[in-house]
Design a protein. Structure first.
Length: 282
């Protein structure tokens, strides 16, 4: 079984994030980092396209006498692109031109949509797809997520167990942050592919100055954030994963951090293995 954590701790009127890295593996815990933060602070499409110079002239014979001049045409074939018709250009040395053999433009061949900005309860997201032929990009908005969230039985049990541990040492209960469920769910999905605190873009949830951190500060009143992750428990239950976290000094510190006031829990499953995420905020 493996589990890691990352956390924010208090700092005075400064944004700070310090990543402490620990080991991982069976029965081992990862590092944590901590900081508390001060306040800071369509559908559109763009296409790469090349359009040939438009030359308007009526088609003529390849060679034709015009007064004392006999036209001798050379031919240049332009293939169709995603956005422009193909054609054959006939051009005489005297400058006279015409086009024929018009071939209709092909249109874009787009790949799959990829999310470029996560939708949250506070802001729309965005997705993008790219033409596999010319590289043109198309973007679309993703609607805001619903604020209301009904916890699953496993999420509710983890919340209960966390608050039971906090009560033992006289700490206030954490409230469930359904408005941050999108972040917990996103991280749970991400760790099924890479069991690390580092996200696909190279940041962590604790990295200062990111779009995520700015969004959390501005729209969710978050001043501190922490993360615990786990996977591979022989019996994948809330009790089992909580026992592993509480047996790890760094993870236990997150669970019992006085500055945290809320939690969201993400759970995902892949190839028969369950993955768990705790997002703490204060």
């Amino acid at each position: 079984m493996r589990f890691k954590n990352i956390a924010f701790a208090a700092a005075v009127l400064l944004i700070a994030a310090t990543a402490l890295s620990g080991c991982k593996g069976q029965g081992e815990s990862g590092g944590n980092s901590s900081a508390f933060l001060k306040e800071e602070s369509v559908v559109s499409s763009s296409e790469s396209q090349s359009a040939p110079e438009e030359i308007s002239s009526e088609p003529q014979e390849a060679s034709k006498t015009d007064g004392n001049h006999t036209h001798e045409y050379t031919e240049t074939v332009t293939a169709p692109t995603c956005t422009s018709d193909g054609y054959t250009l006939h051009k005489c040395s005297c400058g006279k031109t015409y086009k024929d053999n018009i071939v209709a433009k092909k249109g874009h061949t787009f790949g799959d949509w990829a999310v470029t900005k996560q939708a949250t309860t506070a802001a729309e997201g965005q997705k993008q797809r790219v033409c596999t032929v010319c590289g043109a990009k198309e973007t679309e908005k993703i609607a805001k997520l619903a604020v209301s969230y009904n916890q699953t039985a496993e999420q509710t049990e983890i919340l209960r167990l966390v608050n039971a541990e906090r009560a033992k040492v006289g700490l206030a209960e954490l409230t469930y942050r359904g408005d941050l469920q999108w972040l917990a769910d996103t991280r749970a999905k991400e760790i099924t592919d890479s069991f690390e605190h580092e996200r696909p873009d190279g940041t962590t949830v604790a990295t200062k100055g990111t779009e995520l951190m700015t969004d959390l500060q501005k729209n969710y009143n978050v001043r501190g954030i922490g993360e615990n992750i786990a996977m591979g428990q022989p019996t994948p239950t809330p009790a089992a994963v909580m026992a592993d976290w509480m047996n790890s000094k760094e993870h236990k510190e997150n669970i019992l951090r006085d500055g945290f006031t809320g939690i969201a829990v993400g759970i995902a499953e892949k190839n028969g293995t369950k993955y768990w995420v705790q997002i703490f905020v204060g």
